[in-house]
Design a binder for this molecule. Sequence first.
Ligand code: BG6
Length: 602
Amino acid sequence: MCGIIGYIGDGRASRIIVKGLKRLEYRGYDSAGIVTEEDGKLYIKKGAGRIDELSKELGFPEMPGKRGIGHTRWATHGIPNDINAHPQTDCTGKIALVHNGIIENYRELREELLKRGHRFDSDTDTEVIAHLIEDELKSGGSFEEAMRRALLRLKGSFALGIIYTEEPDKLYFVRNESPLVLGIGEGENFAASDVPAFLEYTNRVVFLDDREYAIIGKDFWVVKNLDSGETVEKPVQKIGWSLEMAEKAGYPHFMLKEIYEQPRAIRDALHGNAGIIRSVAEEVARYEKIFIVAMGTSYHAGLVAKYLFQRLAKKVPIVEDASEFRYEFEDLVDENTLVIAITQSGETADTLAAMKLAKRKGAKVLAIVNVVGSMATRIADLTLYTHAGPEIGVAATKTYTTQLTVLTMLAIELARVLGTAGEEYLERLEMELNTVPELVERVLKHDGSLRELAEYLREKRDFFYIGRGISVPTALEGALKLKEISYIHAEGLSAGELKHGPLALLEDGVPVVAIAPGGKTFDKVVSNIEESKARGAYIISIGNRDDLGKVSDVFVKMPEMDELLTPIVYAVPLQLLAYHLAVLRGNDPDKPRNLAKSVTVE
Ligand code: BG6
């Protein structure tokens, strides 16, 4: 996720853009850049670092020109450095552009352009787009037509801001699966990834839809369809948000916004790893001894991976809390070992220590990370990115479901490499995995009823989350989410464990959350639910089979899906329940007491 802001009018573009980028820093902040134009000349300043430092260091506000585009980056391809910062340009230097999203087919396009003599400066997927437009421009026609022909060749998600020196009175903005909105001013116009970037200048907006592009001037704007080139009529709407609300896109907290971002984040995780998952699976297939190390929510993702690897690839990784692994497993790691480290921040001290131990002992290390260029990516031999974008809320949500997405892709590909599952089943599972964003969209509709449930449960002091098989880590994660932000004590456990102790704690009205997708142990979970109910428990069940409703006080109906995909989709109601209980109890879910987003100390 990155931030884009463009301006054209009579003002000093660079000053307006710097302020806009500050408002978009929550969308990414590892590097930034600005391009402005005056008298047919482009001025570009960019680098790695935060907006404020770069602005002083590079002199953003002094850049000339009444039109320009700015970008604050959350790296997806190419580590954060000066060259990989946006804007990126073509060979002639006449085209400059910024990008938010992931171009899935950039490698093949880059190869084709290299063969045609194009020279690349950066490691980004973005730079390919500038050279592609330049190449199409050589085939004749207007800049707009060349741009359209080039963009029709892209696969993946892209919001773009494009400036071309030969057309001094225009800016181009394109939207496909990454947000873009126009700000309509008086004698000036804006475009940005999000409303906060220009809200202090105008609250009149035009939301672009996917596969649309806009051409804006200081006193005109037009929107067209990317595929047909036809003009599209778009209403101008008024935004009633305060600036602070707008940064959360109208959500009261970043955590809720990030819960709702999960369909887009999961789509980016799918797009971002489609081209490389095979080669990583081939590497993983070479190892018999596999450890998975992680902390917190990432540790739960590791437990899900264990079930996925067992079921699909017939491999049994040992999943260990990194803080234990680093002290207890020293003698079990050697050059025949693969260590998979899961860490969204890429900076968790215990996980980094576990990775360094693995490296010292000659093991191969694969990292699954959200932050490009973080320490974990520099220690690992191989890295898979979750592409969730910055996660501001301390409690992991979209980084968890994107970790699970990547791990599911990896387990499927591993099964394919090892031949441990039928190709027909793997293809069906893969197809269904690609519908998970839509399944999450559907499940988000339970938000209202989960808020009501939270109202009823707000005074409860103890919760139990139970599940079987791949739903055990889902139960653990549900309990952790509740503890982290509502401060209510909760315990996640395998349903079979209930009668070995925890059942003694059940009394009238104690909530038991049962994670019960249809599957081979469904009937067992139902009998555990009845066991709990017989002790007075208040049963909240999450599943897809209607007979669950008969044995539950509250039944959260989930869509049909393969049981192996339920950890991703079933996490959403658990996140929402925890979020609403936290808010009802007067907590700030974005900043829970005593916790940090990344524990960089031991
Ligand atoms: C905790 C976070 O501090 O660290 C959790 O609050 C997270 O949300 C855990 O799961 C591990 O962090 P990471 O970055 O290694 O995944």
